[in-house]
Structure formats: structure tokens, C-alpha cells
Design a protein around this ligand. Structure first.
Ligand SMILES: [Fe+2]
Length: 338
């Protein structure tokens, strides 16, 4: 039977891939926001600044401090990539979220498993590049999308087996048998959550993958943390009953708190992952998982996959990266389970 041999959790936010001097463009983007989510409230930038801004965060947003934190993140990512490559899994189950990359407003499944033969990660079109630059992104996008089109193999037999197990476990999970296309028939590139793992961690090594996408971001059908954990357990059951001697890595892509950094919450969540404190993970109110922070559910799903595997979490680093003195930015975490 297949073996759950390794686990990875990584943040994947844009600040990881933007030089610190360019964080200001993202900061300006935040200053124009009217719905910055922090715990159970949403704030305009001015409200957020009044609520908790000031000298406390200002000292973290100097270029020197940003640079030091960015450097630590690069070290964390380099280490994580080295460790994942050294673990040399036969297959990765990557749990990510879709942010209107494959699934649009016309249909957005809570859970989906991709069961096609391969996934295509396409280089940016000129139009996409121009749009990204306009919203303060640019060269960082190549940490998600390749310089030339790439295809990565899918472990289709395991995808189908995971899907079958999910059905037996009474999950109504979407089966994505083909990569979604636009109205003109052109393929939609694989999303940032999967692309980041290949580009930044695996350096494009084509390890076969089972892509699992949760809708963490968009109302009204985001699954609860408990449901994400249970779904992970179902995936774990599928792996353990799959007739193969393959060694599988489970990879969580995204999180922790963003785009308002909440260090206290990040420590609470990371502590619960480290200690295998399932009660804390599944009982965290759904409202706490909004905007980018919702991606922490990808980690909760992976914690469910890893239940009973005996693997223990090692937190390589946690780096709160601030880009404004209202405390916006990203809480970055890099972890392995071995
Ligand atoms: Fe994301």
C-alpha cells in the first residue's frame, strides 16, 4: 500500500517574490482597500490604521527591516525546496485554493480533485503581464508561472482513487477530468497555489501530482475547517488503501494570516499544527478564515491527510512581513512533517 512519507506547508504570497523596495506598490494597493479582514471584522485602511496602527508596525516597515524579513523567507523557501527534493516523493498531493484561475463565478466547487493526465502551467500572456504590473505585481509572477509553457504529470490513478474514497466518505466532490478552458477554447493555466510549488520549491522538477483545490476564498460555499480536516482524513484513507508502493508527500500551499497580519492567530494555528491539536484546528470559527487567511484551511486539510502517519511538524521559520504601518502584509510560515 502507498505510504504517506512527508509533509510540507508553505506560504506563497506575493511579498515572497517581490523585492522589498517594491512592497510599496502593494502597500499602496492596501491603502485603497475598504474591506481588509481582521478576525471577525472588516475595515477600510483608515479604520484599520486607527484600530491598531502606529509606531508598533511602523518600525517593521523600514526598508532594512523588510529586507531582513524577506531574506529570512528566501532562506525558509530554499530550505523547504531542498528538503522536499531530498525526501524525493514519488507523488505529491498538493492542497491549494483556486482564486478565479480555473473556477469562475459561474461555478466554484467547495472541493475538487483534478483527475486528468497532466496540468499545464502557461507562461504569462502580454495582457496578463500588463494587468499584473498594474496591480503591483510583475516579475514575482514568475514564481508561479514559468518563462515558457510547462506540463507537469498528474498521478491520475491516485487522483481517481482519492475521488472514489471521497464519494464513499459522502463528500460531494467535483471531479475535474480536464483542465478548464475559456470560451475561446484556450486552456486556463494551473493556478498560483500549484504553480508556486513547482516553480519555487521544486524548481520545475516534474514530480507527479494530485491537485486538490478547496474554495477557501469566495462566499457562499467555503467549507468549514472541520470539513476541510475531514476531507483530508478521507484523502489519507485513500492513500493508505491505494495498491502501490509509492511514497507520497502531502503539500499545503498558502496562508497564514494575510492581508492583515495577525501574529497571535498565526502562532495559535502553527502551535496547533505542531502539537497535532485537532480540536483547536476544527473548532476555530469559520469567520476567522477570510481573505488570504482562508488559505490556512489548506494546511488543515493536509493535517487531516497526515493524521495517523506518525510524521511530526518542524516549523523552519515564521516571518511576519509588514508592508504598511496599519499592519497589512503577510504572515509567512514554512514547515515540514517528517
Ligand atoms: Fe494564494
Amino acid at each position: 500500500m502507498a505510504q504517506i512519507a512527508y509533509g510540507v506547508g508553505t506560504s506563497h504570497g506575493p511579498l515572497l517574490n517581490l523585492p522589498p523596495a517594491e512592497w510599496e506598490v502593494r502597500a499602496n494597493f492596501d491603502r485603497a482597500q475598504i474591506d481588509l479582514a481582521l478576525r471577525d471584522g472588516t475595515y477600510t485602511y483608515e479604520e484599520l490604521h486607527k484600530h491598531r496602527g502606529g509606531p508598533h508596525f511602523a518600525k517593521f516597515t523600514t526598508l532594512d527591516e523588510r529586507t531582513a524579513r524577506h531574506t529570512r523567507c528566501q532562506q525558509g523557501l530554499d530550505q523547504l525546496g531542498d528538503k522536499l527534493l531530498a525526501a524525493d516523493p514519488d507523488i505529491m498531493v498538493v492542497v491549494g485554493d483556486d482564486q478565479h484561475e480555473w473556477f469562475m463565478e459561474d461555478k466554484q466547487p467547495s472541493f475538487s480533485v483534478f483527475c486528468g493526465d497532466e496540468i499545464q502551467n502557461l507562461t504569462l500572456t502580454e495582457e496578463e503581464r500588463e494587468h499584473k504590473i498594474k496591480i503591483g505585481r510583475g516579475s514575482d509572477m514568475y514564481s508561479y508561472r514559468p518563462l515558457a509553457d510547462q506540463a507537469y504529470p498528474v498521478a491520475k490513478d491516485l487522483s481517481l482513487h482519492i475521488h472514489q474514497q471521497a464519494v464513499e466518505d459522502e463528500f460531494d466532490v467535483a471531479a475535474c477530468m480536464k483542465q478548464p478552458t475559456d470560451a475561446d477554447g484556450s486552456i486556463r493555466s494551473v493556478g498560483h497555489a500549484i504553480g508556486f510549488i513547482y516553480r519555487r520549491l521544486l524548481r520545475d522538477k516534474p514530480v507527479p501530482v494530485v491537485p486538490v483545490l478547496l474554495n477557501t476564498f469566495y462566499p457562499p460555499n467555503q467549507p468549514t475547517p472541520k470539513r476541510c480536516y475531514e476531507f483530508g482524513k478521507s484523502i489519507g484513507r485513500a492513500i493508505r488503501s491505494w495498491k502501490s508502493d509509492a511514497r507520497i508527500a502531502a503539500v499545503a500551499s498558502g496562508g497564514i494570516s494575510h492581508f492583515v497580519v495577525d501574529e497571535e492567530w498565526d502562532h495559535k494555528m502553527l502551535g496547533a499544527f505542531k502539537n497535532g491539536d485537532v480540536e483547536t484546528l476544527i473548532n476555530e470559527p469559520n469567520i476567522m478564515f477570510r481573505s488570504g487567511s482562508s488559505e490556512t484551511k489548506n494546511w488543515i486539510c493536509v493535517a487531516g491527510i497526515l493524521e495517523g502517519s506518525g510524521l511530526k511538524m518542524d516549523l523552519l521559520d515564521y516571518v511576519p512581513c509588514y508592508r504598511t504601518d496599519a499592519g497589512t502584509g503577510s504572515g509567512m510560515a514554512f514547515a515540514t512533517w517528517s
